[in-house]
Design a protein around this ligand. Structure first.
Ligand code: GNR
Ligand code: NI
Length: 167
């Protein structure tokens, strides 16, 4: 297993659109395991392949307190959504920034598991928010794009400044 470097906003690679996975190979399973390790180490509650510069439709999520509920979604699709839920979001690719985003409260997702088998799952609350956040990454969308242009500009310069200090 290996820890993978996480892309930091602003980075054009975070806006690439991920490709559908044609076959769940051992390489995909290894990437999913490395992504889970990277997510837990960060620590975060989700990670999309886009964030580790792999532009394929793969996400991992675990919103449990004790890292006991790892979920892997391959080619995830939201097939139903309802309600609204307003909450603070953060992102491992946008460190130190927390902003309010409105999402669907409840979703139904269809995906493949690591055996290449299709499954469906209902989610609500934080799990639903996290899955929507990760699927956005696969579309090349970072949560700050829901904010005003002014806020996006401020976040970009704040992170650029921080990168200059830490580099
Ligand atoms: O760790 C994470 N926390 C989080 C909190 C609120 C809404 C979404 C998230 S996802 C984030 C990890 C991450 O950046 N995934 O892409
Ligand atoms: Ni994120």
């Amino acid at each position: 297993m290996a820890l993978l470097p996480i892309l930091r906003y602003p980075d054009n690679r975070l806006h690439k659109k991920a490709e559908r996975i044609r076959e769940v190979t051992p390489e995909i399973r290894l990437l999913a395991a490395d992504m889970a390790e990277t997510m837990y180490e960060a620590p975060g509650i989700g990670l999309a392949a886009t964030q580790v510069d792999r532009h394929i439709r793969l996400i991992v999520v675990d919103v449990s307190e004790d890292q006991s509920e790892l979920l892997t979604f391959i080619n995830p699709e939201i097939i139903e959504k309802s309600g609204e839920c307003v909450g603070e979001e953060g992102c491992l690719s946008v460190p130190g920034i927390y902003e309010t985003v409105t999402r669907a409260e409840r979703i139904k997702v269809k995906a493949l598991n690591l055996d290449g088998k299709e499954f469906q799952m209902q989610a609500e609350g934080l799990l639903a928010v996290c899955i929507q956040h990760e699927i956005d990454h696969l579309q090349g969308k970072v949560f700050v794009e829901y904010l005003s242009n002014l806020k996006q500009t401020r976040i970009k310069s704040k992170l650029a400044k921080k990168a200059r200090i830490t580099a």
